[in-house]
Ligand binder design. Sequence first.
Ligand SMILES: [Zn+2]
Length: 91
Amino acid sequence: MNHLTVDEIINFVSSDKLDVDSVANAVRVNTHIRSCGECMSKVRAYQAVYGELFNICNKQYRRGLRMKNDSLHAAKEKKVYSLCLTEKYGR
Ligand SMILES: [Zn+2]
């Protein structure tokens, strides 16, 4: 059984598209994590990062400090990038 790649997980967690590739990737991820606890916990970890960033942005928005989409995107990418490094090169 091949485990999910970091790219597949990131695409799954961060995708807001419904194109053929994204859907195919989502199907592969969902099918795999049903029987693989290891990948399931990785997906959860990535989802937690995205959720956390979403909450931060939301709070700031409510406080009136509107974060531009660009900087939110940059923050997500930075965080995900550091997760990738941890994933690839150990902690
Ligand atoms: Zn797996």
